[in-house]
Design a protein around this ligand. Structure first.
Ligand SMILES: NC(=O)c1ccc[n+]([C@@H]2O[C@H](COP(=O)([O-])OP(=O)(O)OC[C@H]3O[C@@H](n4cnc5c(N)ncnc54)[C@H](O)[C@@H]3O)[C@@H](O)[C@H]2O)c1
Ligand SMILES: O=c1ccn([C@@H]2O[C@H](COP(=O)(O)OP(=O)(O)O[C@H]3O[C@H](CO)[C@@H](O)[C@H](O)[C@H]3O)[C@@H](O)[C@H]2O)c(=O)[nH]1
Length: 468
C-alpha cells in the first residue's frame, strides 16, 4: 500500500483518488473548495460522473478528504497534482493553480523522508522542471535545502468524462515520465495492481473482456508531457477530418456514416472518433490544441495540421445555424429547441460546449431559444449568462417550436419515440447535430431530418404541422 495525496478534487483528481483507493492504496484528497470536500467526505462526487459515487462509497474507508495541506502532504509517499489548467486568452494554459499547488506542497513536504510529486494536470512540455523549481524554493524557505528529498514525475491522464471510472480502472495504457530512478520505482509499485489488473472490478463497471494487463510506458518527463498533447491533438484532428469529409459528402450526396465505417474498418484507421456533427468541445480538446500551438510558437514552429483541426471544428457550430436558415429561411422570431447542453453525454460539464455557441448565435439572430438536458440545466443556469428558456422535457421543448437541434446524444434522445414530438411542433424540423438518430425512423415519425453529411433520402415533410 502506498500513501497518496491528490491535490485538486475535480474530474481527474476524484476519479484518480477513487481508483487508487480501489486498488488498495490509502488516499488523501485535497481541495481548496470546502463544499467539494464536504460532499466527498460523504462519498458524493461534486459533479455528475456515472459510477463514481459507487466507487467512492465502496472505498471510503481508505480515503480521507481535507482542505488542509498540512494534514495530507506530510503523510504521503506520493503527491499528485491534479488542479485545472484552463486556457489564457492567448491559448497558453494558465498555470497559476499548478504553481500555487507546487508552492503549498513544497511548504508541507515531510523533510524526514523522500516524497514523489507526480504531475497529472495537463501542462506544457518542460513544466516538470518548473514545478520542481517551485517546490524546491518553498521547501527550502520552510525546511532548508531540499537535497534530494523529493522528485517530480509526469503521469498524464487520458480518462474521458462520462466514462471516467471505466477509463481509469481499465486504461488503454499508463504513461509515466520520470528522470529519477527512485521515482520510476515508486510509480511501478503504485500502478502494479492496475497494470496486472489485480483487483476485483466494481459490479457496475465490469472489466472489458479484452483487458488483461495494461501496457506501461516509461519515458522521460518531457516525452510524457508531449504524449498527452499529441494524443489529444490527434483525436481532435481525427474528428475534424471526418467533419471535413462530411462537408464533401453533403455536396456529392454520399453518406458520411457509411464513409466512416468504410474507412474505420481499416485497422490502421480505426472506427472510433469518426462521428461527424457539431464537433468537439469540452475542457480538453479546445484548450490542449490551443496549448500545443502556443508551445510550437514559442519555438518558432508552425503546426498547420493542428491549426486546421481547430478551424474546421469551430466552423461546425456555425453550420447548425446555416442549416436552420436553409430550412426556415428566417430565424428572427422563430423558436428553436436545443436537446442537450453538456459537451458530450453522461456529464454535466459545460466547458466549451458547442451548445453555448449555438444558442448565442441563435439569440443574436433574434430567435427564442429553449433547451432541455437530462442533467446539465442547473449548471447552465449558474454558469451561462444566456437568455435560454430551460424546460423539463423533450416534449416541453418541442411544443410549438419551429425546429429542434440535437446537440448532445444523450441516450434519452437516441431512444426517443419521435411521433409525439413531431405532432406538437409548429414545423417539425430536426437538425441531428451528432448524426446519432435513425434518420429514416425520425422521418417516418413525421419530422424533417437533417444530419451532417447525411443525404435526405426521405420524402419531404409537411411544412406546417397541425398544432395541438
Ligand atoms: N477533465 C478531464 O476529462 C481531464 C482528462 C485528462 C486530463 N485533464 C487535465 O487534468 C487537470 C485537471 O482537470 P479537471 O477537469 O479535473 O479540473 P477541474 O476544474 O474539474 O478541477 C480542478 C480542481 O482543483 C482545485 N484547485 C484549484 N487550485 C487548487 C489548489 N491550489 N489547491 C488545491 N486544489 C485546487 C479546484 O478547486 C478544483 O476542484 C487539467 O490540467 C486537465 O487538463 C482533465
Ligand atoms: O467521434 C467523435 C468523438 C467525440 N466527439 C466530440 O469530441 C469531444 C470530446 O469527447 P471525448 O474525447 O469523448 O471526451 P473528453 O472527456 O473531452 O476526453 C478527451 O479529453 C480528455 C482530457 O484531456 C482526455 O483525457 C481524453 O483521452 C480525451 O478523449 C466531445 O465534444 C464529443 O462530442 C465528436 O464530435 N466525434
Amino acid at each position: 500500500m502506498v500513501d497518496v495525496a491528490i491535490v485538486g478534487m475535480g474530474y481527474v483528481g476524484v476519479t484518480t483518488a477513487a481508483t487508487l483507493a480501489h486498488i488498495g492504496h490509502r488516499v488523501y484528497g485535497l481541495d481548496i473548495d470546502v463544499g467539494r470536500i464536504e460532499l466527498l467526505s460523504r462519498g458524493k462526487a461534486p459533479f455528475y460522473e456515472p459510477h463514481l459515487d459507487e466507487l467512492l462509497a465502496r472505498n471510503l474507508e481508505r480515503m480521507h478528504f481535507t482542505t488542509d495541506y498540512g494534514e495530507a502532504i506530510p503523510r504521503a509517499d506520493v503527491v499528485f497534482i491534479a488542479v485545472g489548467t484552463p486556457s489564457l486568452p492567448d491559448g497558453r494554459p494558465d498555470l497559476r493553480y499548478v504553481e500555487e499547488a507546487a508552492r503549498e506542497i513544497g511548504r508541507h513536504l515531510n523533510a524526514e523522508r523522500f516524497t514523489l510529486v507526480i504531475n497529472k494536470s495537463t501542462v506544457p512540455i518542460g513544466s516538470g522542471n518548473w514545478v520542481e523549481a517551485h517546490i524546491r524554493r518553498s521547501f527550502s524557505e520552510t525546511h532548508g535545502e531540499a537535497n534530494g528529498r523529493f522528485a517530480v514525475a509526469s503521469n498524464p491522464e487520458f480518462l474521458r468524462e462520462g466514462s471516467a471510472v471505466s477509463d481509469s480502472l481499465y486504461p488503454d495504457r499508463i504513461v509515466v515520465g520520470a528522470d529519477d530512478p527512485r521515482a520510476r520505482e515508486i510509480l511501478r509499485k503504485l500502478y502494479a495492481p492496475l497494470v496486472a489488473q489485480d483487483f476485483s472490478p466494481p459490479e457496475s463497471v465490469p472489466r472489458p473482456e479484452h483487458v488483461q494487463t495494461v501496457p506501461y510506458v516509461e519515458t522521460d518527463t518531457a516525452t510524457a508531457e508531449l504524449v498527452k498533447y499529441a494524443a489529444n491533438a490527434f483525436l481532435a484532428l481525427k474528428i475534424s477530418f471526418i467533419n471535413e469529409i462530411a462537408a464533401l459528402a453533403e455536396k456529392v450526396g454520399a453518406d458520411i456514416r457509411d464513409v466512416a465505417r468504410g474507412i474505420g474498418l481499416d485497422r490502421r484507421i480505426g472506427t472510433s472518433f469518426l462521428q461527424a456533427g457539431v464537433g468537439w468541445g469540452g475542457s480538453c480538446f479546445p484548450k490542449d490544441t490551443a496549448a500545443i500551438l502556443a508551445t510550437g510558437e514559442e519555438y518558432g514552429l508552425k503546426m498547420p495540421i493542428v491549426a486546421a483541426a481547430r478551424e474546421v471544428n469551430f466552423a461546425q457550430r456555425k453550420k447548425v445555424v446555416e442549416k436552420l436558415l436553409g430550412e426556415l429561411k428566417i430565424i428572427k422570431g422563430k423558436t428553436i429547441g436545443l436537446l442537450g447542453l453538456s459537451f458530450k453525454p453522461n456529464t454535466d460539464d459545460l466547458r466549451d460546449a458547442p451548445a453555448y455557441d449555438i444558442a448565442r448565435e441563435l439569440l443574436e439572430k433574434g430567435a427564442f431559444v429553449r433547451a432541455y438536458d437530462p442533467v446539465a440545466i442547473p449548471r447552465a443556469q449558474r454558469e451561462w449568462n444566456l437568455d435560454i428558456e430551460y424546460r423539463k422535457s423533450v416534449l416541453d421543448v418541442a411544443r410549438g417550436a419551429d425546429a429542434l437541434v440535437l446537440v448532445t446524444e444523450w441516450k434519452e434522445f437516441t431512444e426517443l419515440d419521435w411521433t409525439e414530438v413531431a405532432r406538437v411542433m409548429r414545423t417539425p424540423v430536426l437538425i441531428d447535430g451528432r448524426n446519432a438518430l435513425p434518420g429514416k425512423v425520425v422521418q417516418e415519425a413525421g419530422l424533417r431530418y437533417i444530419g451532417f453529411g447525411v443525404p435526405a433520402h426521405f420524402p419531404a415533410y409537411e411544412r406546417v404541422a397541425e398544432l395541438r
